[in-house]
Design a protein. Structure first.
Length: 88
């Protein structure tokens, strides 16, 4: 496993950060409209639902062999810091 360079991530983060999301805690309501606006080249599939009945999405793009995984907790409700992105 390779860890991305922190300087690279810190530099690119302001350019790619979704402006509609603020704060450290993200709810489904915060991202629902963003999911609906994804371009057709990014596929989204509902792979399950939470105990509250909220859809769980799998977001896919690209065709490369590397898979990217990020997150802080198993609940995936906390916005990750740039240093928490990994290449698997």
């Amino acid at each position: 496993m390779e860890i991305l360079d922190i300087e690279f991530l810190t530099g690119i983060y302001p350019k790619v950060k979704e402006k509609k999301i603020q704060g450290r805690w993200v709810t489904f309501k915060d991202i629902e409209s963003i999911l609906e606006e994804l371009p057709i080249s990014i596929t989204k599939d509902i792979i399950g639902t939470s105990e509250q009945g909220i859809p769980i999405y799998k977001i896919s793009f690209g065709t490369g062999t590397k898979k990217y995984c990020f997150g802080v907790k198993c609940t995936a409700t906390k916005v990750p810091e740039p240093k928490q992105f990994l290449i698997l």
